[in-house]
Design a protein around this ligand. Structure first.
Ligand code: ATP
Ligand code: MG
Length: 650
């Protein structure tokens, strides 16, 4: 008999769109009916409506050789032209594309005309350096406008970028450069993080020290002005841009021309080099950015806090917003520098209307207390988005109440590096939202929840999340490893056209989707399969708790036992002993969702192990809970965290 994931949490709060919001909604209900009636026709319409095609496509999808899909195959477009030139030609050149703010406080407002001009020069520099269509270019930059210019210039000449998060080590950089055989690296002397100058170029130098790569040049943006070592292959970005022609005409490329390689966050293991192409990817990025955030490019000020080193930074900082001609905020630094209200200050300053961030950030703000955001005027906010992990209902409510003033709808968006764009989300003007649920597939995407045997679980049950039909933004492969591509995502059910996401999900009685956490993290306690998300949400629902991670640790009696690691809010840390807190929380979980879920052990910790994109790495906590040596920590943001957790447990 097949086994499903048990369901414990019973969340019943509902928030329909206000009549005012619904009346002005960018998305109309026909999106759903049109997509249901003719899914491929719907995507073809979106591709034509949202993008400029140098050569129109006549074929929408080729799925004759699953899992290798081709979208809009005979069409031709230029991604950078779509994100830049066409807005200028349409008379919107004076619209601000980027309100950039450096961590130390300097600012730049860059219009679409200015950004276009800069990208044209950068494209000419790439050509001068011999970069041609299909070549790979590594980008290792802080969150400065040049990062976006670099990505778009690479796209403009039909080359392929591989953005490497600015905090990665020389080993991670060289692994990525080698995996993709990059010919050029674009970096900076340094950047600002947590109030300090951090060097970037030395890491690139070290990554290239063996001299075995194909890298011919390193293009260096001057950001901090610090001293850097210099070799023959190094060139200053500003000097090169000044040396080339200002004009560059964007050439069209085939819709399936590769756009980028991006490595996954590495939450579960070794990152995978995910390959995306142009036409389908840009269609889905633009469509979701417009509809999920109810975007009005003429009036909205949008801010996605993700680093460009992650997929969210690709699809919802660079490509989606710029394809839609949006105005956005780009911030270089950390949320707590120079003070813990920096983000809220930026929202007040730029009158941000749409905010897109991650549960990890929301929970950190919960830990610090609501009095910090309450010092700022956040009344401009009208849509709030969440991405990256399941959002606990209490964090969702806090986000809505404290940041959204109880009026801005919250949309929880589920997707992955592999999916390219948002797959499951409420549409804020149409969907009645539920705290903690990702809810419904976006129009044109088909999702199901299956048991181990591939059977639909039915309403009220949990199982494995799958995408049942190809979608435009889907990954086209793992770079250089078609076998791993097939094995990882398409072999699970013996049906080559079902995409296995690796996440657990539950359908509620109305058929809405709730993410339960990664399938690898599902626990088996006395024969019950329990997900991490619901127990964590129960812990976070207690007023003392800011954040929680649970894992299953092997147990002689129950097979596995639930072990929880929790962070207590600052305001509750003073008077209660750890033993009392643990006892209270165990009783709370037991009472709220049942004795089976009651953690056997609860450890009060100051931090949780997270990837650099802020996702909890439960496999490391499992190592600790089972007394094993701690596994691969290369994608961990702060390696000291594991030390401090191990000490807590002694
Ligand atoms: P790796 O695949 O290397 O372990 P990763 O899965 O963390 O890394 P990403 O592609 O950045 O890399 O993250 C996608 C994953 O993040 C999803 O599979 C899911 O587990 C989680 N996720 C993203 N958004 C949500 C969401 N809204 N709700 C629940 N989980 C989410
Ligand atoms: Mg993943």
């Amino acid at each position: 008999m097949s086994v499903q994931i048990d369901h414990l949490l019973n969340e019943t709060r509902h928030f329909p769109p206000t009549p005012e919001f619904a009346a002005q909604s960018v998305s109309k209900p026909e999106l759903y009916t049109d997509a249901a009636a003719d899914r491929l026709g719907f995507w073809a319409d979106q591709a034509r409506e949202l993008l400029h095609w140098h050569k129109p496509f006549t074929k929408t999808l080729d799925w004759t050789n699953p899992p290798f899909a081709k979208w809009f195959e005979d069409g031709e477009l230029n991604v950078a032209y779509n994100c830049l030139d066409r807005h200028v030609l349409a008379g919107n050149g004076d619209r601000v594309a980027l309100y950039w703010e450096g961590e130390p406080g300097e600012t730049r407002a860059i219009t679409y005309a200015e950004l276009t001009a800069e990208v044209k020069r950068a494209a000419n520099v790439l050509i001068k350096l011999g970069v041609t269509a299909g070549d790979r270019v590594a980008v290792y930059l802080p969150m400065i406008p040049e990062a976006i210019v670099a990505m778009l210039a690479v796209a403009r000449v039909g080359a392929v970028h591989s953005v490497i998060f600015g905090g990665f080590s020389p080993e991670s950089i060289s692994a990525r450069i080698d995996d993709a055989d990059a010919v050029l690296v674009i970096t900076a002397d340094g950047g600002y993080r947590k109030g300090k100058v951090s060097a970037l170029k030395p890491a690139v130098d070290e990554a290239l020290a063996s001299g075995e790569s194909y890298v011919r040049n390193v293009l260096v943006v001057k950001r901090t002005g610090q001293d850097v070592d210099w070799t023959d292959r190094d060139l200053w970005w500003h000097e090169e841009l000044a040396s080339v022609d200002a004009e560059h005409e964007a050439q069209p490329f085939a819709a399936e021309n590769p756009l980028f390689i991006l490595y996954t966050s590495g939450t579960t293991g070794k990152p995978k080099g995910i390959l995306h192409t142009t036409g389908g990817y840009l269609t889905q990025a633009a469509f979701t950015h417009k509809n999920v955030f109810d975007l009005r490019p003429e009036t909205d000020v949008y801010w996605c806090t993700a680093d460009i080193g992650w997929i969210t930074g690709h699809s919802y900082v660079t490509y989606g917003p710029l394809a839609n001609g949006a105005t956005q905020v780009l911030y270089e630094g950390t949320p707590d520098t120079p003070h813990p209200g920096r983000w809220w200050e930026l929202i007040e300053k730029y009158k941000v209307t749409i905010l897109y961030t991650a549960p990890t950030a929301i929970r950190t703000f919960m830990k610090l207390g609501r009095q910090i955001p309450q010092k700022f005027d956040l009344s401009s906010l009208r849509v709030l988005g969440s991405v990256g992990e399941p959002i606990n209902p209490e964090a969702w409510m806090w986000y809505r109440e404290v940041i959204g003033g109880n009026k801005a709808p919250v949309v929880d968006t589920w997707w992955q590096t592999e999916t390219g764009g948002i797959m499951i989300s409420a549409l804020p003007g149409l969907t009645t939202t539920k705290p903690g649920a990702a809810q419904v597939p976006i129009p044109g995407v088909t999702i199901d929840v299956l048991d181990d045997d591939g059977a639909h679980v039915g309403h009220g049950n949990g199982g494995l999340l799958v995408v049942t039909e190809p979608w435009p933004g889907m990954l086209r492969g793992i770079w250089g490893d078609p076998e791993r591509f097939k094995e990882t995502y398409w072999d699970k059910f013996g049906n080559k056209s079902l995409y296995f996401a690796g996440d657990g999900a539950r359908l509620d009685d109305e058929g809405d989707i709730w993410l339960l956490g990664r399938v690898d993290d599902v626990m088996n306690v006395s024969g019950h399969r329990l997900s991490t998300a619901e127990i964590e949400s129960s812990l976070v629902a207690h007023p003392m708790t800011a954040e929680a991670a649970v894992v299953g640790a092997s147990d002689e009696v129950t097979g596995q036992a639930v072990v929880a690691f929790v962070i207590i809010k600052f305001s509750h840390l003073d008077d209660t002993s750890h033993a009392d807190i643990a006892a209270t929380l165990r009783a709370h979980v037991s009472q709220q969702i049942g004795a089976i879920a009651r953690p056997k052990h609860i450890f009060i910790v100051k931090e949780l192990p997270k990837t650099r994109s802020g996702k909890i790495m439960r496999r490391l906590l499992r190592d600790v809970a089972e007394g094993r040596e701690i596994g691969d920590v290369t994608t961990l943001a702060d390696t000291m965290v594991m030390q401090s957790i191990s000490n807590t447990m002694k």
